[in-house]
Design a protein around this ligand. Structure first.
Ligand code: ATP
Ligand code: MG
Ligand code: MG
Ligand code: MG
Length: 466
């Protein structure tokens, strides 16, 4: 018999029908001549209650052998449950044990563990309620992201993981080399990259944007969704060295269109998660962060605030709060500023537009208008309560001459960007896009405090277990 998923049995399993289920035992309770197990197969927060009657074959041995963490297969009949909070339970007719879990050493015994402790056992934490919920919501978000873009006719494009261009110009790249750097160092000579695998320095991608622009200037609307790497100080609660990024890119689109899409996008993902993972969301609200439902409701129902960077600076300058980092026109907003704007001042997501040219990447379109307008670029960041910046986007510079001089001004060599400039040389169009950190999104939705707890295998300085 094919095994049934527990989530399906709980929702729509037929009372009096026979089923087979497989999973891991969460808890065991023994009564007089009867035992109860809670079985979980990862398909839902709630497990299935299994009742072992005393006349079950091998009852004594099974009750002894089965402890928290044991993997089993149960054949049984679904019956109405007398217990609270569950519609059905299973009366076992046969149980087979796959693997036991020694209660002396298995860490996930029935008590609450701290998140910090669970982080040290990332190979076992997916078996807990909290991480089960996180990874199911993560999955739902990923599915909804594809659905959102596919429904709108965007093409999913695959940009390279190994790249030769530092898109953000922030010098946060991991090098990729097959050279034996110890040997090179011993010679005392500089590294000769012509001898390297690619014949020149190569890096793990920090963003697929430039390549996405290539695809957008052929397919109009495209998006990427893949891993991204930044060798930055990720000892914060919102930075990882390896994270996933979603980057849509739209030809014939300006910054306002870009912001509209980003807002629709976030509303869509939240709606999807609320509709498909209600129990997991309730869990986050009750056990992780009591702002989860308020945040979700605001995202779905309210229009996001839109302000300029200059207005943001004025708000920060005139508020009564004291910040650790300076607030000054021309400096980038720090996380404390971003969170103040979204959490305290507006109490909802805020789209900040038109940042100073000096703090943004070379590819962003320079504003036209007055002399001070021309000091700003068509950039937007979306700031969310709890996490700060969640999306960074911009309208791209589509004018060949302006782009060329911008590249020069930031100290890059236009020759290295010949292919990027070709996109402006031949059939250039206004275009725009944004980058959304997938883990920031999951962090925002679940209310989890640390980004390391929303990715199965977090990568940060001094940590690359598995
Ligand atoms: P921050 O200001 O938070 O460091 P950023 O401005 O450097 O972010 P962008 O280059 O704009 O980031 O990248 C786009 C998005 O990718 C960000 O809005 C954020 O959601 C996400 N992101 C950036 N860096 C990281 C990281 N190290 N770990 C996880 N997500 C990240
Ligand atoms: Mg950064
Ligand atoms: Mg930023
Ligand atoms: Mg940014």
């Amino acid at each position: 018999m094919a095994s049934a998923r527990i989530v399906d049995l709980l929702r729509k399993g037929q009372v009096n029908d026979s089923y087979l289920v497989r999973g891991w035992v969460r808890t065991k309770r023994e009564g007089k001549g009867i035992a109860f197990l809670e079985l979980n197969d990862g398909s839902s927060l709630q497990g299935l209650q299994i009742v072992l009657p005393q006349d079950l074959d091998g009852y004594e041995t099974l009750v002894k052998q089965i402890t928290t963490g044991t993997s089993i297969e149960v054949s049984g009949i679904l019956v109405e449950s007398m217990g609270k909070g569950q519609r059905v339970e299973m009366q076992a007719t046969a149980i087979a044990v796959f693997g036991t879990a020694d209660p002396e050493t298995y860490p996930l015994q029935k008590k609450r563990h701290s998140i910090e402790f669970l982080r040290t056992i990332a190979h076992l934490r997916p078996r807990t309620n909290m991480f089960g919920a996180v990874f199911r919501v993560r999955n739902a978000c990923a599915f909804a992201i594809h659905q959102f873009f596919q429904e709108r006719g965007f093409l999913w494009v695959h940009t390279p993981i190994v790249t030769a261009s530092d898109c953000e110009g922030a010098g946060e790249m991991f090098g990729v080399t097959t050279l034996d750097l110890n040997k090179v160092a011993a010679t005392g000579k500089p590294v000769d990259f012509s001898q390297d695998f690619f014949g020149k320095p190569a890096f793990l991608t920090v963003s697929g944007q430039l390549e996405a622009e290539i695809m957008a200037t052929a397919f109009s609307n495209v998006y990427t969704f893949g891993p991204t790497f930044r060798a930055e100080n990720s000892n914060t609660s919102r930075h990882l060295a390896e994270f996933w990024m979603i980057e849509p890119e739209m030809a014939f689109c300006d910054l306002e269109g870009d912001a509209d899409l980003a807002e629709d996008f976030l509303k869509y993902i939240f709606n999807y998660v609320l509709a498909t993972c209600p129990k997991d969301m309730e869990f986050f609200q009750e056990r992780v962060n009591d702002r989860v439902m308020v945040n979700a409701q605001k995202i779905v129902e309210e229009k996001f605030e839109r302000i300029t960077y200059t207005e943001a600076i004025a708000i920060l300058e005139n508020c009564s709060k004291t910040f650790e980092y300076p607030v000054q026109w021309g400096l980038d907003l720090q996380s404390e500023h971003e969170r103040f704007l979204a959490e305290e001042h507006f109490q909802k997501p805020v789209i900040v537009m038109d940042y100073p040219l000096g703090i943004k990447a070379f590819y962003m379109r320079v504003n036209e208008g007055t002399a001070s307008d021309r000091q700003t670029v068509r950039a937007m960041d979306i700031l969310a309560p709890g996490v700060g910046e969640i999306i960074g986007g911009s309208q791209r510079e589509e004018r060949l001459d302006v782009l060329e001089s911008r590249i020069r001004n930031v100290g890059l060599n236009p020759e290295d960007y010949w292919w990027y400039l070709d996109l402006r040389r031949y059939g250039t169009v206004p275009h725009a896009g944004f980058g959304l950190g997938f883990e920031r999104l999951v962090q925002f939705i679940t209310g989890m405090g640390n980004i390391r707890d929303v990715i199965p295998f977090p990568r940060f300085p001094q940590n690359a277990e598995f």
